[in-house]
Design a protein around this ligand. Structure first.
Ligand code: EPZ
Length: 417
């Protein structure tokens, strides 16, 4: 079994580059089904989740190949309407193939998606969007079947700005005759990236990143070529590693605007952060101070995916901090493992109350993607040796996290026993 071996308690010094965004690449890969032909996707991160998306495309009849950070997807021969259960269950983003298949073939069948255990994670908003566009949705023995050979444009009012439901609504609306309006959509930067890719395919779509998205559906699409945005949560991960362990480092391809709430929190905790010609730099020499309350919210609020990462930083500082999680009902699972490193974290309802204290090395287990990254960050700050298991979770969203953290000066290796 693979694990990270970490010798913590040493300030970092170095630089690392941010790879392409997982949560942008995944909907873009699904969207390649919308137009037959060979699509070219640059800066596509090499992760187990993107590998799973490519496996789903192959299972549907597409020809896929990776050339470094560029992925080529030829979706000409996609006749299938069903995603294999074994692939559907690997991640949450597999749900996006429902919207893409509905748009391409007028029909989509699959079991329920997988993904990090952050709570119930229903897909009712996705299915309601399909029904609004005229699709018939049936659930039989745990399998979903969506049929919509003639989708028609409509007004989709989302009661909550769900990222995945927004993406699925956009994908299906591209094949719906007439105009579709999506109100109260998610405004995340990854939605803007999906719009950018679809426009490269000739799609008529406006408003991503705002409170109203409009799609003119039924427009014939052609293969696209697009470069995926840098991963803002990977950037936040590297920033939090520097903040927690102390020292100084530079992060290439980092965009300050994409991580503004995280920069604000780390600055308030005592870090110096500035923009450089190649990205961002962070220095932390003195103590980290308590902050709060930090509340997670849909973009442009504090991103829920950075919540565990910031908690790891605040655990090693001084003073009292608090973080309130409003997006997922079970996103503090990492707290129990963080306590094994000596962290003082008290959970009450939707909030975590953290008292900063020096941490010590321990054996810990990642139980979800960002929780695993948080444990790795805390181990870099902890005095002594740590071992982090459960790398399968971490590898879903980070392309060799240990290499990037080693480039930042961390004493971290991937080992196997
Ligand atoms: C996306 O998940 C991201 N995943 C998540 O990143 C991210 O945390 C989340 O958006 C919020 O920003 C991908 O893009 C692959 P939601 P998604 O739909 O689409 C509820 C990571 O670490 N909801 O915005 O699943 C849901 O239960 C991952 O990279 C419904 O009730 O998020 C949750 O409480 C983790 N019904 C809330 O909305 C629905 O139909 C937010 O979910 C859909 C969602």
């Amino acid at each position: 079994m693979e694990y990270f071996a970490v010798q913590g308690g040493v300030p970092l010094e170095g630089c690392a580059a941010v790879h392409g965004a997982k949560n942008s690449a995944l909907p873009i890969l699904a969207a390649t089904l919308l137009a037959p032909g060979e699509h070219i996707i640059h800066n596509c991160p090499d992760l187990s989740d993107t590998a799973a998306a490519l496996a789903i495309l192959s299972s549907l009849g597409c020809r896929v190949r990776r050339e470094g950070d560029t992925v080529l997807v030829n979706s000409t021969l996609c006749q299938s309407c069903g995603v294999p259960d074994t692939l559907m269950g690997t991640m949450r983003a597999s749900v996006l193939f429902l919207g893409a298949l509905l748009a391409r073939n007028g029909r989509a069948c699959a079991c329920w998606p997988g993904g990090c255990a952050l709570g119930e994670r229903p897909i009712d908003l996705h299915l309601r969007a399909f029904q609004c566009l005229g699709a018939r949705v049936q659930e039989r023995e745990g399998r979903l079947c969506c049929q919509g050979p003639r989708l028609r444009g409509c007004c989709i009012q989302l009661p909550f700005p769900s990222v995945g439901a927004t993406e699925n609504a956009i994908l299906a609306a591209c094949a719906a005759q007439g105009y579709t309006e999506i109100l109260n959509p998610a405004r995340e930067l990854e939605i803007v990236d999906l719009q950018g890719f679809l426009r490269s395919c000739g799609a008529q779509i406006w408003g991503a990143g705002t409170g109203r998205i409009v799609v003119q559906g039924g427009v014939p699409l052609h293969p696209g070529e697009y470069s995926v945005m840098p991963d803002r949560i990977v950037c936040a991960t590297y920033l939090c590693a520097l903040a927690a362990a102390g020292g100084e480092g530079e992060i290439y391809a980092a965009q300050a605007a994409a991580v503004a709430p995280v920069l604000e929190a780390l600055s308030a905790a005592g870090c110096q952060i500035w923009e450089t010609p190649r990205g961002l730099a962070l220095r932390r020499r003195g103590s980290l101070w308590g902050i709060g309350p930090i509340t997670t919210a849909p973009y442009p609020g504090f991103p829920t995916d950075a919540q565990p990462l910031l908690a790891a930083v605040l655990a090693v500082g001084r003073g009292e901090s608090s973080i309130r999680e409003t997006i997922f009902e079970n996103r503090f699972r990492y707290a129990c493992q963080l306590r094994r490193l000596g962290a003082r974290v008290r959970l009450e309802g939707d909030s975590a109350y953290i008292t900063g204290t020096p941490l010590h090395g321990a054996l810990v287990e990642a139980e979800d993607l960002r929780g695993g990254a948080a444990l790795t960050i805390a181990a870099l700050a902890a005095q002594g040796e740590s071992r982090i298991c459960g790398l399968g979770h971490i590898d879903r969203g980070y392309d060799r996290l240990e290499r990037a953290l080693a480039c930042l000066g961390g004493r971290i290796w991937r080992e196997e026993d």
